[in-house]
Design a binder for this molecule. Structure first.
Ligand code: G3P
Ligand code: MG
Length: 242
């Protein structure tokens, strides 16, 4: 079972910052999950919420900031500032850094609330610039973004993100629409759903696994991967399992 660091090593370090990504890479995890949005001047940036308020010392919407303005905000404040100033990374900065590693990046396109014009093309262009096509997968709660990415880059795997695990016959849904994986939340996920996906040749990558019971269940059920804020703990538990 693969371990993806959710927003980097976000259990300990400020989420979706280069520091949390560097610390995740040091754990030897299999991949990193991050979220992308677009600034007012069209820069693809790595940040989870549509508003900057929760994760930085600023206020307002990402889409109303220029990249230069956004860079002045401190995304380190979410961990009490103990790691110093941590800027919001551009996706390009992330890709340049990630190109030295072999791990997979799950790029989650955050178009569920605001639709960012051409974010799919812009994100893909950066991935291509750093030759990361074979080390990324896409996911989104907005399946229209994933449809667009299927047209643009059919060979890059896509995971169907769902808020709740209760999609009946998820394996059929994913295979019918060409998804490599199903990405359900853990709440309500059952062994039967995992089996249904596996029967259709669909992997199941589950979020967000931050407790031992969920880790054991996803492992026993044969999930292909988990997203966790604590990649170090999950990795060492899995290593002990052999
Ligand atoms: O991609 C898995 C997970 O990140 C989806 O939820 O809200 O943490 O982006 P969220
Ligand atoms: Mg995410």
């Amino acid at each position: 079972m693969k371990v993806y660091a959710h927003r980097g090593y976000s259990g300990r370090y400020p989420e979706n910052t280069m520091l949390s990504f560097q610390k995740a890479a040091e754990t030897g995890c299999d991949g990193i999950e991050l979220d992308v949005q677009l600034t007012r001047d069209g820069t693809v940036v790595v940040i989870h919420d549509e508003a900057v308020d929760r994760t930085t010392d600023g206020t307002g919407l990402v889409k109303d900031y220029t990249f230069e303005e956004l860079r002045k905000l401190d995304a380190g404040t979410i961990k009490g500032g103990r790691y110093g100033f941590c800027p919001v990374p551009s996706f390009e900065e992330y890709c340049e850094w990630a190109s030295q590693y072999g791990f997979v990046t799950n790029v989650e396109i955050k178009t569920g609330v605001y639709y960012y014009e051409d974010i799919e093309e812009k994100t893909l262009d950066i991935i291509k610039k750093y030759h990361l096509e074979d080390r990324v997968m896409f996911s989104s709660f907005n399946h229209l973004s994933l449809e667009r990415l299927k047209e643009l880059a059919p060979d890059i795997p896509r995971g169907a993100l769902l808020e709740h695990a209760g999609l009946g016959n998820a394996g059929y849904y994913c295979s019918r629409y060409g998804y490599a994986c199903y990405h359900p939340g853990i709440r309500g996920l059952t062994e039967e759903t995992v089996r249904n996906c596996r029967d259709h040749g669909i992997g199941v990558n589950v979020w967000t696994i931050n407790d031992m019971e969920s880790l054991e269940n996803t492992y026993e059920w044969g999930c292909s991967g988990i997203f966790t804020n604590y990649p170090e703990i999950c990795k060492s538990w899995l290593d002990h399992k052999g």
